[in-house]
Design a protein. Structure first.
Length: 229
């Protein structure tokens, strides 16, 4: 029995690794129209009987998006994005030190990690999911250029309940294409990312407005859209 389990176990593991690598390579070139987080939200809506719920997402290439949005996302979520290789080691160390001092454990996820999580995994917290997130983060950093990571991220990020990606968010909230987003509008979208089902773009709270203003300042201090060139 042990010999049987070993023989088929390593074969299944190898098949999973090869298929995951192939999937990441395919998404290097193919537009992404669905994600693990979208599937997770759709299933939860079916289970809860939310008959009016619908997903809104439409792929848009990076060249068709206002340059104000990528820099706003980087300013808000991961200012060292052009410099690291998937993990911000310094931010992780600081978060651990703060937790050891009794402060609330805060996230230190990079845009690469969030892209891996949103695209391939599900919502929730567990060591298994965190391990898979790290695995897929390494894969996409090895296989994708930084521009592709940003492109996929802004197409799968959740900007409101059922609203995924820059195209859907621009249409729902501003009635315009993502290529016409202003710096202020891009900052408002980036400001709700910590909790897009509670924080609102269309009815921004005082917190969201303050955070959006901070993101605008940070984007300018980084050098504007040229920071990502």
């Amino acid at each position: 029995m042990l010999r049987f389990v070993w023989r088929w176990g390593w074969r299944l593991a190898l098949a999973w690794v090869l298929s995951s690598v192939a999937l990441v390579l395919v998404f290097r070139f193919v537009p992404v129209g669905y994600s693990g987080f979208m599937l997770d939200r759709q299933i939860s809506a079916w289970v809860a009987g939310e008959r009016d719920f619908r997903l809104r997402q439409r792929w848009v290439p990076l060249r068709a998006v206002s340059r104000e949005l990528p820099i706003a996302l980087v300013a808000a979520e991961d200012q060292k994005f052009p410099l690291h290789h998937g993990f911000d080691v310094e931010a992780i160390r600081e978060a651990i030190e703060d937790a050891e001092d009794g402060e609330r454990l805060r996230g230190a996820s990079t845009i690469s990690q969030q892209t891996a999580k949103n695209l391939f995994l599900w919502n929730g917290r567990s060591f298994v999911r965190k391990g898979l997130e790290a695995y897929f983060t390494v894969l996409i950093e090895l296989c994708w250029p930084k521009q592709r990571i940003v492109e996929v991220y802004l197409n799968v990020a959740e900007f409101g309940d059922g609203i995924y990606g820059a195209a859907a968010a621009s249409d729902v909230y501003f009635r315009k294409t993502p290529g016409a987003l202003t710096a202020r509008e891009a900052s408002l979208l980036a400001a709700v990312l910590p909790n897009p089902r509670r924080l609102r773009v269309d009815r921004p709270s005082a917190y969201v407005q303050r955070r959006a203003a901070w993101i605008e300042r940070q984007a300018r201090q980084l050098g504007g859209p040229g920071y990502l060139d």
